[in-house]
Write a protein of this length. Structure first.
Lengths: 391, 176
């Protein structure tokens, strides 16, 4: 009967051990093995089991002898080591929890050490996977933050260099322009015969000199405008403006330019259009740039049309300057508003330019709150459209 | 020959290379893939040292502790009984150096005489270095601990660092 009870108890104990996945070791005070329970094969069994000590079975505690001594002496009631990794073959890792307790004798005094080992591999593997993913994300984030900081620093350095470049260009343009003004004044005096008559050859040469001075002055002014616009140093003086009248005034001013190439300029302005809110001098500059380009890049006897109409955006007028000139090649169209850019076919008409006019024009229009765009095709002409807010 | 067993903990933030340093020292191998450690992994390494009294075999029980913050609560039970520690930071992540203070405080709460050495790891990643040498020097000076620029990948200074720590552990044993 006793044997039967003992057998049933052992079976029950084995089932509980399998369900809870635990094993234990009991030692005497000299840490010699007294009893070992390991139904799942979790412990490291030394070859010489009879002479095995506690440290042969739980080698992780070598070097931690003081803790075991404290347990034996009763100065420490327990010592737990959660999630102890045990490497198995093939990169497999088992995780166990280890609990050290004093093993009391019949009088309740410490007769040895009880070490309970619990297998927690299943839950630990899940935790490892979660922590792995979290740590990889943190590493990636830290890497991105460092890259971002490096980019910000590089950007700040580039901005500083750009500011230095702008400052240099601005000073250089100013210094170039200053002597041009008296040169132009004296040339005009010479050409108007105020200081005596010029012969035909002298007049022709003086005309060439004046034309070159005009171009230099134009380039210096464009460079100054560009640096001021890029550094935000141009403030618009806004007021209501009759755009139709302004177009007529600029057309009249530049009519000699069109006449010289026998080009026809037509303006289409509705009879009643509301005034726009703009800086008249700056819009005059925009129209001048667009008229000049239309003339330069159109052949003799070409047609140029200027139209004013309501824009698609409510509260804006749209102004279009269209020509039937050489057009802009498709591959150059994205770069047209860039600085110092000239289309590949720009030299075909013999026109000169630094490639600043359209960059300045775009910045001026955008500073007004408008937008500028174009349609073009090689030998199909170009139409530039821009919008300005109604006053 | 005398044999001395000592528990040595490897401490530092996650992914600084603690497990890789142990693998390099114990198995002379390195794996590029990062595998987060959870809990603690104990490895054994015997090193023979010679001094004026003869040869001593140091039986190091290397406790590779998880660096992730989830294990802060468990750290005290892992640190109990530690005679020495290798504090590991990552030369490509400057924040991992000051983070070592937390581990030093936890260690010293348990053993004020603990022997320390610092491993500034990943010195092979030359183009990604973010930690200036003088910062590591200052940190090491404050702790009165030696420091080494190590690489678990190519093995630079790994054995030297542990040998130095063994010497400190022996001196500590002699004083006791």
């Amino acid at each position: 009967m006793n044997l039967c009870v003992e057998y049933v108890n052992r079976q029950a104990e084995r089932l509980i051990a399998e369900a809870l996945r635990y094993a234990y070791v009991i030692t005497d005070r000299a840490l010699r093995l007294v009893e070992m329970y390991d139904p799942l094969g979790m412990l490291r069994i030394p070859q010489d089991e009879a002479n095995a000590t506690f440290y042969d079975i739980v080698p992780e505690l070598i070097g931690s002898e003081k803790i075991v001594e404290d347990i034996l002496a009763g100065t420490t009631s327990q010592h737990a080591l959660p999630m102890l990794n045990r490497e198995r073959s093939g990169h497999r890792v088992d995780y166990v929890e280890l609990l050290l307790l004093p093993y009391p004798d019949s009088t309740g005094l410490g007769a040895g050490v009880l070490c309970v080992i619990k297998d927690v591999t299943e839950a630990s593997i899940l935790q490892q996977e979660l922590i792995q993913q979290r740590n990889e994300s943190l590493l990636l984030r830290s890497q991105l933050t460092r890259h971002n900081e490096a980019l910000l620093q590089a950007n700040a350095e580039l901005q500083h260099l750009n500011e230095m470049k702008m400052q240099f260009v601005s000073v250089a343009a100013h210094e170039l322009r200053t002597p041009l003004t008296p040169m132009l004044g004296f040339l005009e005096m010479l050409l108007s015969d105020e200081v005596g008559p010029l012969n035909e050859l002298q007049r022709k040469f003086m005309g060439i000199v004046k034309s070159s001075v005009d171009r230099m002055l134009d380039s210096a002014n464009n460079l100054l405008d560009l640096t001021r616009l890029q550094t935000g140093h141009i403030e618009l003086v806004l007021s209501p403006c009759d755009i139709g009248a302004l177009i007529e005034a600029v057309s009249t001013q530049y009519s000699p330019m069109f006449t010289a190439k026998k080009q026809m300029l037509q303006t289409h302005t509705p009879l009643t259009i509301p005034p726009v809110l703009c800086d008249q001098e700056r819009v005059r500059q925009v129209l001048t740039n667009l008229f000049s380009n239309a003339s330069k890049y159109s052949s003799e006897e070409g047609h140029i049309a200027v139209t004013v109409q309501a824009a698609a955006e409510k509260g804006y007028l749209q102004i279009t300057v269209a020509d039937d000139g050489i057009g802009i090649p498709d591959e150059d169209q994205a770069k047209v508003f860039g600085t110092f850019f000239r289309a590949a076919n720009a030299g075909e008409t013999g026109a000169s330019g630094a490639g600043l006019g359209l960059a300045i024009t775009q910045m001026l229009i955008e500073q007004h709150g408008g937008r500028i765009w174009f349609e073009s095709g090689v030998n199909r002409g170009t139409a530039f459209h821009f919008t300005l807010p109604i006053a | 020959m005398i044999t001395v067993s000592k528990k040595v903990c490897l401490l530092g933030d996650f992914a600084v290379g603690k497990t890789s340093l142990v693998r390099r020292l114990v198995h002379s191998i390195f794996e590029d893939k990062y595998l987060a450690t959870i809990g603690v992994k104990v490895s054994r390494k015997s090193m023979t040292l010679s001094d004026e009294h003869g040869a001593v075999e140091m039986n190091l029980m290397l406790w590779d502790l998880a660096g992730s913050e989830e294990f802060t609560r468990m750290r005290t039970s892992y640190l109990r009984g530690a005679a020495g520690a290798v504090l590991v930071c990552d030369l490509t992540r400057p924040e991992t150096l000051p983070a070592l203070n937390v581990y030093v405080n936890a260690l010293r709460d348990i053993n004020s005489q603990v022997a320390l050495a610092i491993a500034a790891n990943k010195c092979d990643l030359e183009d990604q270095q973010q930690l200036p040498r003088h910062e590591i020097e200052n940190f090491a000076t404050n702790l009165a601990a030696p420091f080494y620029l190590t690489s678990a990948k190519d093995g630079t200074a790994v054995t030297t660092l542990f040998e130095h720590l063994c010497t400190l552990l022996l001196q500590q044993t002699a004083q006791v």
